[in-house]
Design a protein around this ligand. Sequence first.
Ligand SMILES: *Cc1c(COP(=O)(O)O)cnc(C)c1O
Length: 397
Amino acid sequence: MFRYTFAVIDKGAIAHNVDAIRRRLAPTTKLMIAVKANGYGHGAVEVAKSAIRGGAVAFAVAIIEEGVELRAAGIERPILVLGAVTAPGLAVAAREKLAVTYTDTWGDIANIPVLQNPVQVHVKVDTGMNRLGLRTGEAVLRVVRAILHRPDMHFAGLYTHLACADEPNSPHTQRQIKRFDAVVRALVQAGIELPCLHVANSGGALQDYQYQMVRVGISAYGYSPNPEIDFALVLYPALHLYSMITRVAAVPAGEVIGYGATYKADRPLRVATIPVGYADGYPRVLSNRGYVIIHGQRAPIVGRICMDQFMVDVTDIPGVQSGEVATLYGNEAPADWTAAAFDERSHTSQIQLISETFIRHGIGVNTLSLHEVAKLANTISYELMCAISSRVPRIYL
Ligand SMILES: *Cc1c(COP(=O)(O)O)cnc(C)c1O
């Protein structure tokens, strides 16, 4: 590691979270873990392996390429591609044993060239998300019959996606479930053998809309789909972001800080520079709004977030020195993670230091959760996780 910024990913937390969710489910319900978008930024392959330890039996991705990556890494469990798949992509899905979701752009299913290997197809019902899927029972029946007609396609699943599953007792969810059940009844009445039925994301799974399988994402990474609700489940956030101060300097009263001179010092300040920017996926909207944790205290961001760096006000935190660690979100960093300690170690020994001193299980009283940072950035934890760019080293514990 030749930079002073890294993400720590606690694989044990992922295994714990998956196991905790699995214990909530009926023994017959399959637990599929969503590892799309590089495992919500955590690293899809590492997440998948940890999730298997916690009892995951299948994985969901958004695009074929994400499924191919998992197969190349030796993940052999069932994988479902949730998003649209091109017609030529079907051959790749078949070869790599990736289940796909029926996609409207395919046109007449009967005209798709014969595939070398059979492919599993899940049919999505649009029950009120108005994003993807077939809207009526008749449309579903037509597509299912066309799939059943082909020896190279297997009708493997029927599913829908809930728009408000993170809200308890949502009337919209109840309406979606009703519509889904009506489509299921239409298939039964038409004498079609039912495939795997699944509707729930994390919110749905925690509210017990189980059917035969649930598709859990955010909760596997340690976050409640709705932090305002107590789902009576202990989850540990897996992702933590740290950086080390590269300079501490005095800024005289009246000086301005950063691009656009958007912050003016109204008193003499001590300002620390953090080598993280929007190119690392740290949102620029946190300019003059966000915080980092240094010495267990909040240091407010001053001035604009740059591409690779930003500045924080440490005037009220005594004794802050360059080289000291800052927690951007997650469990508070131990004080012995300093630039000097990292500089004198090999890469392996840096990782050893991190893994031996990482504060497990729970956010310290004075630290910052990703959820809170996301709120300050007017977004949700999901977006900030996915945003962490490839140039941020991930240290797996
Ligand atoms: C991403 C996704 C999920 C997982 O959602 P979470 O809210 O992260 O649990 C489930 N189903 C579909 C269709 C998705 O796209």
